[in-house]
Design a protein around this ligand. Structure first.
Ligand SMILES: *Cc1c(COP(=O)(O)O)cnc(C)c1O
Length: 381
């Protein structure tokens, strides 16, 4: 692209090649063409936002085969609004009182094994996270023991790429939660492939499943909640639209979504549900192979293709400095980052203690950038 990154350069920001993938730190996503066009078309008029949210939710629910849906300011906001909905329900006084939870059930249970980067979003509306189970494993009894008269919900982090056999399963979580009249909230932000996973956790019995639309061709800043009619209706009361449309001042007011983004999200979900995913995966595999072919002869590194096709980052490769290497992964990351243009990579996110390898992903690469990445690794080493 001849004008690559010019708009950023014009205000003094250095554009980069993103070989890490869909990370918020680097901008998260690029809307696909259909979505951009739909968003432009949405500029042509104003609409009552309550009606737009309702009808957009209806469409997304239909595409994903769940009873109800609601577009939010990212999956992060869907998590926050869900917790507020669980605590305040239909009580408008409670809605206006949050994040002060006096008089409400405010405890959300989370397995110690499942504490993760985004669990902060669960506390923003005032809920208190209460941990159950140990570092090592979680049992049904751990969950049962942790339930008190303040418990309002159980959170579950769905990660089908790395199911932990010693964590409490979602099936068991739902069974115990429902026996105790508790809500079940699932963070399934990245569970967008296989397609049946979009909505699956709701069909299994969870009240709300949060999805990040950044992973499926929508603007970075949108996401959606899928759920039962009742849970999604309560969530809608907490949103910025609930605040303005109902004149009930909930905590969701700063988490705005544009009408263009709501339309973009609907179009992105519709496209994603009917996309040729074999083609999408095959493109990612070919790009990965291009990099591997360029760098596999380098004697100081071992290179493997990642075979994963689940979730948001299919294929990609790992690079491990071997016994002939006189550099670390960090050295290589720094070298690529300090070149022109900078290429951003990182040490594997899931590398265990003592492991030293890098992962390269295709999600954020423009067509052709895989060749640059391959050549620059050759140059660097
Ligand atoms: C990206 C992500 C989020 C946050 O989603 P946003 O749309 O960026 O707010 C939450 N949970 C997981 C697992 C994610 O990958």
């Amino acid at each position: 692209m001849s004008n690559w990154g010019e708009i950023y350069k014009s205000i003094g920001v250095q554009p980069i090649i993103n070989a890490i993938g869909s990370v918020t730190m680097l901008g998260g996503s690029t809307s696909v063409q259909e979505v951009k066009e739909a968003m432009d078309a949405a500029d042509s008029s104003y609409v009552p936002m309550m009606e737009l949210e309702e009808k957009a939710g209806y469409q997304i629910a239909k595409f994903t085969n769940v009873p109800a849906a609601y577009v939010t300011s990212g999956a992060g906001s869907a998590l926050t609004l869900a917790t507020a909905a669980f605590m305040a329900g239909d009580n408008d006084d409670f809605t206006e009182q949050l994040p002060d939870t006096t008089g409400m059930k405010n405890e959300i249970l989370i397995q110690r094994k499942q504490h993760y980067w985004y669990d902060r979003c669960l506390e923003l509306a005032g809920a208190k996270l209460v941990t159950f189970g140990s570092e090592d494993e979680t049992t049904k009894a751990d969950l049962e023991k942790a339930i008190t008269d303040k418990t309002v919900a159980v959170h579950y982090y769905a990660e089908e790429q790395r199911i932990d056999p010693k964590a409490l399963s979602l099936e068991d979580t739902i069974e115990i939660a429902k026996k105790n009249n508790l809500y079940v909230l699932v963070d399934a932000a990245g569970q967008i492939y296989p397609l049946e996973n979009i909505g699956k956790y709701v069909r299994m019995g969870a009240d709300i499943q949060c999805v990040a639309a950044k992973y499926l061709g929508a603007p970075h800043s949108v996401g959606f909640a899928l759920g039962t009619k009742e849970a999604i209706r309560k969530l809608s009361l907490q949103s910025f639209i609930g605040y303005e449309g109902r004149r009930i001042r909930g905590v969701g007011r700063p988490q705005k979504v544009d009408r263009q983004e709501i339309i973009g999200c609907v179009v992105a979900v519709e496209r994603w549900m009917s996309l040729n995913h074999e083609e999408r995966l095959s493109k990612a595999e070919t790009m990965t192979q291009t990099i591997i072919d360029k760098i596999k002869h380098i004697p100081t590194i071992d290179v493997t293709m990642i075979e994963n096709i689940l979730g948001v980052q299919p294929f990609g490769l790992t690079i491990t400095p071997n016994s002939k290497a006189d550099f670390t992964v960090e050295d290589l990351v720094e070298k690529l980052k300090s070149g022109n243009p900078p290429i951003w990579t990182r040490k594997a996110f899931f590398a265990k203690e003592g492991e030293d390898y890098m992962e390269i992903h295709m999600f954020g690469l423009n067509p052709g950038e895989e060749k640059i990445v391959g050549d620059r690794i050759v140059e660097a080493l």
